[in-house]
Design a protein around this ligand. Structure first.
Ligand SMILES: C[S@@+](CC[C@H](N)C(=O)[O-])C[C@H]1O[C@@H](n2cnc3c(N)ncnc32)[C@H](O)[C@@H]1O
Length: 381
């Protein structure tokens, strides 16, 4: 498609704490310029094709934001209202769109965040009403346009949220166990472990299968949100449906079969979980690339060849674990005994190195939901 060359503009991709660097790498690989990891986010520059591409393909991004204004010196509610009112909202979207607001951070000057969000909404809808005689609706459940406010000291970064629905909602999760791992987190773990379809990958406690599914997406170079039909940018005035189609086709054409002789596998002792995992893999379009089996971890042994294990064992009472300590001790003993020469990456709330009796190759501190966790890799030599 021939169009005028667009000036690169700034975008911000948000992610979980600890995944900033892997996300920065993904964005660079997708063509982002001036890529800079921040805290729980990555700043980068690019054009509209990149904005669409990162939404479809960046596996460790939660949302892609397009900043539209940086407001300084928000001293009072009146200043807030006026500065938001002055933003030319009608150039970004039509007045009939359903809106919602996400707010992060806090203003020193107006600490009531809910109030800031309400005043922002008032200013936007008033501007539309004053100009067009009608106003956008506000709809929390099913918004079309999502506006993101990042508050810091007396400043606000106002962005359009290009994703709308967070990008971990890939659309493949039909069922989940009690503690499914977030898809973006699973994609991040596979990348932090530096797995690149160069060893067998096994998740021996796979639950709903998120880790093998995200690994299979990576190995088959499948953009995780290629099949998703909703992004907030589709409701912007500058939306280019033909461009989106072209990018979808381009990403589709990049798909490959993962290396044939390397297995990607998920095991769980609970047959109901394996049914769910298989169904999720089917929805994600990667079922033929993953082996699912009902197996008790303590009865498994390493398969021949190079093996990377990536898993998050159960870790609280809700999962029926009477003694976390005892479980970890047995698990570490079995890893050391039955998985010699494998590399095991484990996500757990505490440090397992004393159970493992060895120092980790690498260790990352992450947040799984609100729980601080450690992701550590052990070379079982
Ligand atoms: C925290 S969940 C894993 C969640 C998973 N990553 C997901 O995305 O859904 C832990 C899983 O370990 C399984 N599990 C517990 N003990 C096991 C054992 N001895 N062998 C195999 N699986 C086991 C449980 O059935 C549960 O599904």
């Amino acid at each position: 498609m021939k169009t005028k060359r667009e000036e690169p503009f700034k975008m911000v991709a948000t992610t979980f704490k600890g995944l900033e660097k892997v996300l920065a790498r993904e964005i660079r690989e997708l063509g982002g310029q001036k890529v800079r990891p921040l805290v729980r986010a990555v700043e980068f520059y690019g054009d509209t094709p990149l904005l669409y591409k990162t939404n479809l393909a960046a596996a460790t991004a939660l949302r892609i934001l397009k900043p539209t204004a940086h407001l300084r010196n928000i001293r009072s509610v009146a200043v807030l209202y006026n500065k938001i009112y002055e933003i030319p909202w009608e150039t970004f979207f039509h007045s009939r769109k359903r809106l919602w607001f996400n707010v992060s951070g806090m203003l020193d000057t107006i600490p009531d965040t809910l109030f800031v969000s309400q005043k922002t909404k008032d200013a936007i809808v008033d501007r539309f009403r004053d100009r067009f005689g009608h106003r956008p609706d506000v709809d929390k459940e099913n918004p079309e346009v999502v506006i993101n406010l990042h508050l810091f000291r007396n400043q606000i970064t106002v962005s359009l949220d290009a994703s709308g629905v967070p990008l971990f909602k890939r659309g493949y999760r039909t069922g989940a166990g009690e503690a499914p791992l977030n898809e973006v987190m699973a994609a991040g773990l596979v990348r932090l472990a530096k797995w690149r379809n160069d060893t067998h990958l096994i998740d021996p406690m796979t639950g709903s299968g998120t880790i093998p599914i995200e690994a299979a997406l990576l190995a088959s170079r499948t953009a995780p949100n290629l099949g998703r039909s909703f992004f907030s940018f589709m409701h912007w005035r500058d939306f280019r449906p033909r461009l989106l189609e072209e990018i979808q086709k381009e990403l589709e054409s990049r798909r490959v079969r993962p290396v044939e002789f390397l297995r990607i596998a998920g095991y769980d002792r609970d047959p109901a979980m394996i049914d769910i995992a298989r169904q999720n893999a089917r929805e994600a379009g990667v079922d033929e690339f993953v082996d699912w089996e009902v197996k008790n971890f303590f009865e498994t042994r390493k398969i021949p060849g190079p093996v990377t294990l990536i898993f998050n064992p159960p870790y609280d009472k809700r999962l029926g674990l009477k003694s976390r300590e005892g479980f970890y001790r047995r698990m570490a003993a079995h890893l050391n005994d039955a998985y010699r020469w494998a590399t095991a990456w484990i996500l757990s709330p505490g440090d397992l190195s004393s159970y493992m009796g060895r120092k980790p190759l690498a260790r990352y501190r992450l947040l799984n939901g609100k729980i601080p966790v450690t992701f550590a890799g052990y070379s079982l030599d």
